[in-house]
Design a protein. Structure first.
Length: 256
């Protein structure tokens, strides 16, 4: 079965957990992958997530936090991992094919189903097993909330879409980075030469504003989101994030 056939199948589905199940089974069979065990994993490690709209500075702040933790002896006993779903998603080339071939797109946006199926594999194959070790700390570039914020056309869809990824583990620290839309877009333009000058639709100002609004809407559905204004100089923002992370680990140490 070619990618186009898989995409056409996905386009016939609705945004439901049953549809994710059907697409996931098809993708596993197509790529000849064994389904990861979906048992009740014990989450003993620490999960730190970074979400936000395009141009919010996630990669920069993740790098600065990782460097801070690697240099700080208080974290020497932890195995530090940095995960990005797209690097560990075995189905990513199907989504890439969908985005690169507009002629096979339809009025039905099935990319969320593919991303959720890929996330299900990533969570059970990589993320949850690593978090069983109490001495593990994971920095995750984008949680499932990013999929929801980017695909919901408005805040009224958030509750429905968030249920698709109910297998995602709850983070211990959930950072959502945001800044002025014009500043965010200027950052997107500045880094566009790294992508041969391409600026995708979800990186343009109107879309950034929509995603930003959706993340604020998610704060009414998900407890504990930590919004960080990234308008300032990156190292000043990093100090704020580092302090919150240091405080969390200090409290955790006393609870052990």
């Amino acid at each position: 079965m070619e990618f186009e056939e898989i995409i056409r199948f996905a386009q016939s589905l609705d945004d439901s957990k049953e549809s994710v199940d059907r697409l996931y089974a098809l993708l596993l069979a197509h790529f000849k992958l064994q389904k990861p065990e979906e048992r009740n994993f014990q989450k003993n490690g620490v999960l730190i997530t970074f979400d936000g709209h395009s141009g919010a500075g996630k990669d920069t702040q993740i790098t600065l936090l990782r460097e801070h933790m690697q240099k700080n002896p208080d974290y020497s006993r932890y195995n530090l991992f940095e995960f990005v779903q797209k690097r560990n998603d075995p189905f990513r080339n199907v989504v890439k094919s969908l985005w690169q071939h507009p002629e096979i797109k339809s009025t039905t946006d099935c990319s969320l189903l593919f991303l959720t199926a890929g996330r299900r594999y990533f969570v059970y194959h990589d993320l949850l097993p690593s978090l069983e070790d109490r001495q593990t700390a994971v920095i995750l570039n984008r949680s499932h909330l990013s999929h929801v914020a980017y695909h919901a056309s408005n805040v009224n869809q958030l509750h429905e879409l968030i249920t698709l990824s109910d297998f995602d583990p709850a983070p211990d620290l959930a950072f959502v980075l945001e800044c002025d839309v014009n500043l965010a877009y200027s950052r997107v333009v500045e880094r566009s030469p790294q992508k041969a000058g391409r600026i995708y639709a979800n990186e343009k100002p109107d879309y950034i504003e929509r995603v930003k609004r959706n993340f604020r809407g998610l704060a009414t559905l998900v407890d504990g989101l930590i919004f960080i204004d990234t308008s300032r100089e990156p190292k000043l923002i990093a100090q704020q994030i580092n302090q919150k992370v240091d405080n969390y680990f200090e409290e955790r140490k006393w609870k052990q």
